[in-house]
Design a protein around this ligand. Structure first.
Ligand code: ZN
Length: 430
């Protein structure tokens, strides 16, 4: 298959600097793909997404097949035109979201039957149907339908799951309509077992794909295990085709995986975290809701060129979140996506210059340093009235009726995993 091109421009150790070519333009790798679940990167216009440097977006087959349906997107000109994004798009197969609908789905050799989380209506997703939907969406990079093996899995469970995914990969390939500038990626499974991962790589290489994804990671196994799996999986993968690590990750995951030969990533973390007040910066993470930011006149990240950092203080962003203003999630999403793209730019440049290891280690060291606290609030804390002057009891009760408890102002709170917003809780993963 040569639907999409891949050129390896430079390497250092196992780290790779490359370029993917599609019908909608090129993608410099290593690349991070923002997630545009329902034909939109939440809280961002596509112009804003492009301004961060993103060259490819991910769309979710599961969400789009339910609403507005692939047929509707096709009728309205395909996903690029529908969402006003003329650069490359990768779509997932829908499998990951469907598998997460525990209790609402049944698996068979043929495919998976599930009930929509929107209205309970029944759908049948097969490898062939997933490929057909992605074709209608006009996705530049189509993903095979697979079963994302749950973690942990016994060797027997992981083997039968991987083998099903390999049979589905063959059916996906047979169903894929080849077009110049459009490609199909296979997905390596096999959980944490070296021999199963090796068997999966060999099976997919035999079938032949435009690129190879590594699936079944970032599902709770932890960074160390993920890196170990990459260490024994990557060497067997074809050098001349792009590798995509699905659903990853935090900035330190990206650096470690680029070091291990990965070219492409996607993750909801920068967008989802941004909406709940967590910012990724060069010195780790910041929870802008924390009280310590209220009087802070500094930007989120002094080295960032995004509008949130160039035009606004932490104090203002803190205020927006405390007041539930929608500009807060918009600006933090913008910042997080800009930071992720800056990180990838820096890694690409470093590989090209033969300085990858030095740059990666320096980036990792700074991430581990943590945020620098602001100086003391010039307004100080609201003065406590001396005991004899305290208001009478009735008044005191009124004042205490609605206590405001700020989130704990600790490093642990900054690093706390981001909870989905109430509206997102019921929906399957992005
Ligand atoms: Zn910024």
């Amino acid at each position: 298959m040569t639907g999409i091109g891949f050129e390896l421009l430079a390497t250092e150790g196992r780290a790779r600097r490359g370029r993917v070519t599609t019908a909608h333009g090129t993608i410099e790798t290593p690349a991070f793909m923002p997630v545009g679940t329902a034909a939109t990167v939440k809280a961002m216009t596509t112009d804003a997404v492009a301004s961060t440097g993103a060259e490819i977006l991910l769309g979710n087959t599961y969400h789009l097949m339910l609403r507005p349906t692939a047929e509707r997107v096709a009728q309205l000109g395909g996903l690029h035109r529908f969402m006003n994004w003329d650069k490359p798009i990768l779509t997932d197969s829908g499998g990951f979201q469907v598998m997460s609908l525990a209790g609402l789905r049944t698996m068979s050799e043929e495919g998976v039957t599930f009930k929509s989380h929107l209205d309970g209506s029944r759908y049948h997703l097969t490898p062939e149907r997933s490929i057909q939907i992605q074709h209608m969406l006009d996705s530049n990079i189509t993903m095979c339908l697979d079963e994302c093996t749950p973690y942990p899995a016994t060797p027997a469970q992981a083997e039968s799951s991987m083998k099903l995914s390999m049979r589905w990969a063959k059916r996906s390939k047979d169903a894929f309509v080849e077009r110049p500038g459009y490609g199909l990626f296979g997905i390596v499974q096999g959980s944490v077992y070296p021999e199963l991962r090796a068997e999966s790589v060999a099976a997919l290489t035999d079938i032949g794909f435009d690129g190879y994804a590594i699936g079944g990671l970032a599902v709770g196994e932890g960074q160390e295990t993920m890196f170990t799996v990459l260490d024994f999986t990557e060497p067997a993968m074809l050098k001349q085709r792009p590798r995509y690590l699905m659903g990853v990750g935090r900035p330190s995951d990206l650096i470690g995986a680029v070091r291990r030969g990965v070219d492409m990533f996607d993750c909801v973390m920068p967008t989802r975290s941004g909406r709940t007040g967590q910012a990724f910066v060069r010195r780790g993470t910041i929870n802008i809701r924390n009280a310590r930011h209220a009087h802070d006149d500094r930007p989120l990240d002094a080295e960032c060129g995004c509008p949130a950092c160039q035009r606004y203080s932490r104090g203002y962003l803190h205020h927006l979140f405390k007041a539930n203003e929608m500009l807060g999630p918009m600006l933090l999403t913008w910042h997080n996506l800009h930071y992720y793209q800056d990180l990838m730019r820096e890694l690409r440049r470093a590989i090209a210059d033969g300085r990858f290891e030095a740059v990666a280690s320096a980036l990792e060291a700074r991430l581990a340093e943590g945020d620098v606290e602001a100086t003391t609030d010039p307004l100080g804390k609201p003065p406590k009235p001396p005991k004899q002057n305290r208001p009478p009891k009735a008044e005191k009760a009124t004042a205490a009726a609605k206590p405001e408890t700020p989130p704990p102002d600790t490093a642990a709170a900054e690093a706390a995993p981001t909870a989905p917003t109430p509206a997102e809780k019921d929906a399957p993963h992005e």
